[in-house]
Write a protein that binds this ligand. Structure first.
Ligand code: GLU
Length: 496
């Protein structure tokens, strides 16, 4: 089919928040469609009413939008193959179930949960795989009626053909061969008529004209079932690409402890969507030029699904941090301020909206902090000493020690003088030279001068370079803080 339009889909079940694993699957399906000039669909697989919720559906839509993965058809976008929410397609599944029933590909099964458990146990005892033994395959009409009179409600099962070979040319994993003998007669419809995953997915992929099913390898065992269903229904079989699993840096299944996270969690921590997108695309794939920082457009230029490694990929939160740092540093000042403000506002450090003066100060503070940021969630803690005068109770112990030093009073008084007189533009350079004149003038070592200054200005000894710190505070505030330090020293000297 040379001029076939590529159609891929992301088909999440709204039963939880979107994690990096799902996000990676969505991204790969999206990239594949976009690169081929095809269409990307969003189908919501909500046939399990107990576990599905509109809350999670909303969250998935929001997360996809946040990542910048736009979809052409589906929930929230419409399209000619809808509805795209499986709970609204029950009549379609019923229709295809009837077809299977009429053609003999499906049959009703009345076994109770206890009977099924018993069958599995007895199979195990005989050294066979534990599964349904197919006893309802040949039920007569009469027997069925009898079972129904007992009040039993049947499930609909697929009559898996014996001795078939199912070959899949997986775009990532290569040639895969499955034997139908290894599959049981799986359930298609529950007693209440709701479809199970394999049936609904196979019908929908065909009806929505999906050309490429791209998903995680945990679905590999479903693939032969879906193919058999398509064949039985005379529906087209899509092509498949199964992504290797994501492991933590310890090469074990990704867990909370090893940095697994929901996208909501990453967003709240101040990861930038462009950094997340970039890193996710590089899991299991290395761009031909070896470059690492790649924006959406660059990914669209060079991403190749067939080049994805077929084995597991390692998700390393520290690598994501590195990417995030790169993207944070590449932001324009204005953008960085815009993205930081919500974090500063949430911490009560600036007003909503910020006053002009606050904004100006935030701009200077962010200029100073930009080189050292990894995630925006750090912004509040790092900016706090600039935006709020720390009370003496908040001073760190080492900072207090510095202030207790006998030379400190002289240092603060001289520095106040120097800052008041520093060149008019109060540029970082002007501040730097004003401050650097102090140690020789006072006959003190640099540390003896700069440490207590830092302590008096921010109540701590760590932070950006001193002249940048003073610049971010601004002349007036820096001088006021030194004065406060001096007052504090006087109060202490006077107290018994
Ligand atoms: N609803 C399935 C899931 O969330 C989709 C699997 C598929 O892509 O076929 O895992």
């Amino acid at each position: 089919m040379p001029d076939e339009v590529v159609r891929t889909r992301f088909a999440p079940s709204p039963t939880g928040l979107m994690h990096i694993g799902n996000a990676r699957t969505a991204l790969v399906a999206w990239l594949f469609a976009r690169r081929a000039g095809g269409r990307f669909l969003l189908r919501i697989e909500d046939t399990d009413p107990e576990r599905s919720s509109p809350f999670y559906e909303e969250a998935i839509l929001r997360d996809l939008r946040w990542l910048g993965l736009d979809w052409d058809e589906g929930v929230g976008a419409g399209g000619e193959y809808g509805p795209y929410r499986q709970s609204q397609r029950l009549d379609l599944y019923a229709r295809y179930a009837r077809k299977l029933l009429e053609s003999g590909w499906a049959y009703y099964c009345y076994c109770t949960a206890a009977e099924l458990a018993e069958q599995k146990e007895s199979a195990l005892a005989r050294g066979l795989p534990p599964r349904y033994d197919g006893r309802c395959r040949q039920l007569t009409e009469e027997k069925r009626r009898e079972l129904e009179r007992e009040g039993r409600r049947p499930v609909l099962r697929f009559r898996t053909p014996p001795g078939e070979e199912i070959v899949v040319e997986d775009l990532i994993k290569g040639r895969l061969v499955f034997a139908s003998a290894d599959l049981d007669d799986f359930v298609l419809l529950r007693p209440d008529g709701r479809p199970l995953y394999n049936f609904a997915a196979a019908v929908d992929d065909a009806l929505m004209r999906i050309t490429h099913v791209i998903r995680g390898e945990e679905h590999l065992s479903n693939t032969p079932r879906q193919i058999l269903l398509c064949r039985a229904l005379g529906l087209p079989v899509p092509r498949f690409a199964h992504l290797g699993v994501l492991l933590g840096p310890d090469r074990r299944k990704l867990s909370k402890r090893t940095g697994a996270a929901s996208l909501a969690d990453l967003r709240e921590h101040g990861y930038l969507p462009e950094a997340v997108l970039n890193y996710l695309a590089l899991l299991g794939w290395s761009p031909p030029g070896g470059e690492e920082v790649m924006r959406r457009e660059e990914l669209l230029q060079s991403f190749a699904l067939e080049k994805l490694g077929s084995g597991p990929a390692v998700f390393d939160r520290q690598r994501l941090d590195w990417f995030n740092g790169q993207y944070l540093r590449a932001l324009s000042r204005e953008e960085l301020v815009g993205r930081s403000l919500p974090f500063l506002q949430a911490a009560g450090l600036v007003g909503t909206p910020p006053s002009a003066e606050e904004r100006e100060r935030v701009e200077r503070v962010m200029a100073v902090l930009q080189p050292e940021l990894t995630v925006l969630a750090e912004v509040a803690a790092k900016a706090k000493p600039f935006l709020q005068v720390p009370s003496p109770q908040e001073w760190e112990a080492e900072a207090q020690q510095e202030l207790a030093h006998p030379q400190t009073r002289l240092v603060l008084a001289e520095a106040r003088e120097a800052l008041q007189q520093a060149a008019d533009d109060f540029s970082p350079e002007a501040i730097r030279s004003a401050l650097h004149r102090l140690p020789p003038r006072l006959g003190l070592g640099k540390g003896r001068v700069f440490r207590p200054l830092r302590a008096a200005l921010t109540g701590r000894l760590s932070g950006p370079e001193l002249h940048l710190l003073v610049w971010a505070l601004g002349r007036e505030d820096a001088v006021a803080r030194l004065e406060r330090g001096l007052k504090e020293l006087k109060r202490e000297a006077n107290s018994p």
